[in-house]
Design a protein around this ligand. Structure first.
Ligand code: FES
Length: 106
C-alpha cells in the first residue's frame, strides 16, 4: 500500500498508509494529521486542505487544474508547490510521497 509522509512546520514527520484511490486529504484526515482541516470534505471548495508538495515529487504529482488553482487563491502563504490535498489522488506511483503542511490554513 502506498505510504505518504506529512512533515509539519516544526519538521515533525508522520508516515501514513494511503490506499490507492484515496486522496492525500483523506489519508491526512483519517490519520489525524494536524494542520489539515478539510472543511468542505474534499469538494475543492474551502482551501483548508492546503499542502506543499515536496520538491522531489512535483513532477510526479503534476499540476493543479483550473478549479483547484482558483480555490488555492484563498489559501495563505501560497507557493509554487502549493496544492489542495483533496485534489491529489493517490496511486501506486505516489508511494513515498512527501508533503509539507502549512503553518496555518485559510
Ligand atoms: Fe476543501 Fe480540499 S477539502 S478544498
Amino acid at each position: 500500500m502506498p505510504k505518504i509522509t506529512f512533515i509539519d512546520v516544526a519538521g515533525a514527520s508522520r508516515d501514513v498508509d494511503a490506499p490507492a484511490g484515496w486522496t492525500v486529504m483523506e489519508a491526512a484526515v483519517k490519520n489525524d494529521i494536524p494542520g489539515i482541516e478539510a472543511e468542505c470534505g474534499g469538494a475543492c471548495a474551502c482551501a483548508t486542505c492546503h499542502v506543499y508538495v515536496d520538491d522531489a515529487w512535483l513532477d510526479k504529482v503534476g499540476q493543479a487544474e483550473d478549479m483547484e488553482t482558483d480555490m488555492l487563491d484563498f489559501a495563505s502563504d501560497l507557493r509554487p508547490s502549493s496544492r489542495l490535498s483533496c485534489q491529489i489522488k493517490i496511486t501506486s506511483e505516489l508511494d513515498g510521497l512527501v508533503v509539507h503542511t502549512p503553518e496555518r490554513q485559510g
